[in-house]
Design a binder for this molecule. Structure first.
Ligand code: TNX
Length: 543
């Protein structure tokens, strides 16, 4: 009788399992190889995570935190493998950078990788196999935390999978940057490029030059002709708008990103887009005329750094030393775009420099400027990256090019044997409209719906194999003239970033827009559960 009772009890307790089909699996970006097997694994209060290194622990922690918040389960970590009901993370040196395997079986789950990113991505894939409720910040009862049995072997197509946040035109607090890091990692993106300097604000504390943030991080918010349709940012009672990251903030951001496999690439613009710096230290410009930090889009802005005075280079090197101390990134972005050089034409220091260096014109003077910075940056074992204007007048020997005016700059630079990151306005500018202008919030211009982003391919038709090898990957840029707050920032980033992530991670073969729509729509529920203000426009899908 006791035996019969025991058997009954066991059967009664056995959890009801679902029969999954292929269409239940909706991972973005789509894994390289995936097979669905029969059966499933169900997480419960007794499921353990088996880890034997700090790296594995860091990755496991992401899901353990989710289970605590969304399921109310405090899952245990252990070093010793139990007989069943566990997720084990194992080192596998055979796997390449960022690659992982994930095998879900009836009573255990095995994730293998050779580095932190691989483990993080294995965990994030597992998270996407779990019910949507796992994304919520409140506990859901009555959810079966079940995942289908699968065999996944995954690895990225490109090694640079980025998003640029312009934190100058509008400032975004540290917390939002960290949230963005979580979400990038969720989609297997690995680079966050911070555009820390522009005319409208200097956003990073530099100890040696305190006025950069005392003066350069704040502006008087005013109406202006150029950005006339732009939503106004919230200014304080005195009409001042601004903010900046302290060096402590930056350290926190970088450490947070590192744990999730994200590299934070700092951009310190030069020689143009620097009114904020010139407002703080007028001697950085050719004619040293005092200016204030502009609130909008005066154009063209002629107050750029003087390329003639030695003191400019001394200043920039000092700034970069502090920046390189804070950011371990191999790449240091120096901008280089849109320099209106009318002052250089008239400036005696610049003209003297042109003569002394045997240069032909101001284009070559900009090339001289960037080459000098490149020598400095490479002497510190870092790599200079800049917008495609750095090609003009001759590219610095070790420079990497970020191609934004289409893919032309990327083609030219890769032809010259330089590495490139493709960020063409046509597909990668998230400040563009994603639906018809009359049904969307005011944006910079352009038209880049989700489907257009999904067509993106950083490797351009007709590139030679040699050129293609120089394509590191791609990146979306969110310029923030028209992005006054985090709600609008989220609206412009999601869901387009999911389309971008798939173009940069998943193999090109076998991908289709129609099939992608069957996965992106359910992803909206995950974005909603995460509290993201994603764009819900029907045009997102229809176009
Ligand atoms: C051009 S892209 C710029 C930015 C603007 C953007 C607006 C680039 C390197 N420079 O300064 O914000 O257009 O789309």
């Amino acid at each position: 009788l006791i035996l019969a009772l025991a058997v009954l009890l066991q059967v009664g307790c056995q959890k009801q399992k679902t029969t999954f089909t292929e269409s239940d699996i909706k991972i973005i970006p789509h894994p390289k190889e995936l097979t669905l097997n029969q059966g499933s694994f169900i997480f419960d209060a007794d499921t353990k995570f088996v880890v034997t290194s700090d790296t594995q622990l860091q990755a496991a922690q992401i899901l353990i935190d989710r289970f605590k918040t969304a399921a109310g389960l405090e899952l245990e970590l252990t070093k010793d493998q139990p007989s069943s009901n566990f997720v084990i993370l194992k080192d596998n040196s055979q796997l390449g950078a960022e690659a992982y395997t994930l095998v879900v079986g009836d009573d255990n789950i095995v994730i293998e990788a050779s580095d932190l990113s691989g483990f993080v991505y294995g965990i994030e894939t597992l998270r996407q196999l779990l019910p949507v409720a796992v994304e919520k910040n409140t506990v859901s009862a009555d959810v079966s935390w079940e995942v289908p049995n699968v065999n996944i072997a995954d690895a990225p197509r490109y090694k640079w999978r980025g998003l640029m946040l312009d934190v100058s035109r509008h400032f975004f607090e540290k917390d939002y940057v960290m949230k963005t890091i979580d979400r990038l990692s969720y989609l297997k993106m690995n680079t966050l490029h911070l555009h820390l300097v522009d005319d409208q604000g200097w956003r990073i504390e530099i100890k040696k030059y305190p006025k950069l943030t005392e003066v350069g991080a704040y502006r008087v918010d005013q109406e202006d002709k150029h950005w006339n349709a732009r939503p106004r940012a919230k200014a304080d009672e005195k009409g001042t708008y601004g903010g900046f990251y302290t060096q402590e903030d930056i350290k926190e951001i970088v450490a947070y990103a590192e744990k999730r496999g994200i590299t934070v690439v700092p951009e310190i613009e030069m020689p143009a887009h620097v009114s904020s710096a010139v407002a703080a230290y007028p001697s950085l410009s050719c004619f040293e005329t005092p200016i204030s930090v502009p609130s909008g889009g005066l154009w063209p802005i002629t107050d750029i750094y003087c390329a003639g005075k030695e003191s400019t280079f001394e200043f920039l090197e000092n700034v970069l030393v502090e920046v390189m101390d804070l950011f371990p990134s191999k790449y240091i972005h120096v901008g280089g775009d849109e320099a209106t050089k009318t002052n250089w034409e008239k400036c005696p220091h610049c003209q003297k420099r042109i003569k002394a260096e045997g240069l032909e014109n101001v284009e070559e003077l900009q090339s001289y400027f960037i080459k000098r910075m490149e020598r400095f940056i490479s002497s510190k074992d870092r790599i200079l990256i800049g917008w495609d204007e750095i090609l003009e007048g001759g590219l610095a020997p070790g420079a990497t090019v970020m191609s934004w005016r289409g893919v032309k700059g990327g083609l030219e630079a890769s032809e010259q044997g330089h590495d490139v990151v493709m960020t063409p306005g046509s597909h990668c500018y998230f400040d563009h409209y994603q639906g018809p202008q009359d049904s969307e919030p005011a944006a910079w211009g352009g038209y880049t719906p989700l489907s257009k982003v999904y067509e993106f391919d950083p490797t351009v038709d007709g590139m030679s194999d040699e050129q293609a090898k120089h394509v590191l990957g791609g990146q979306a840029n969110l310029w923030a003239e028209y992005i006054p707050d985090t709600d609008q920032s989220e609206y412009m980033i999601y869901p387009r970033i999911a389309a971008l992530s798939e173009t940069l991670w998943s193999p090109k073969e076998g991908r289709s827009w129609n099939e992608f729509t069957t996965r992106i729509i359910p992803m909206f529920d995950r974005f909603a559960a995460m509290g993201i203000n994603y764009a819900k426009s029907v045009y997102t899908i229809r176009e």
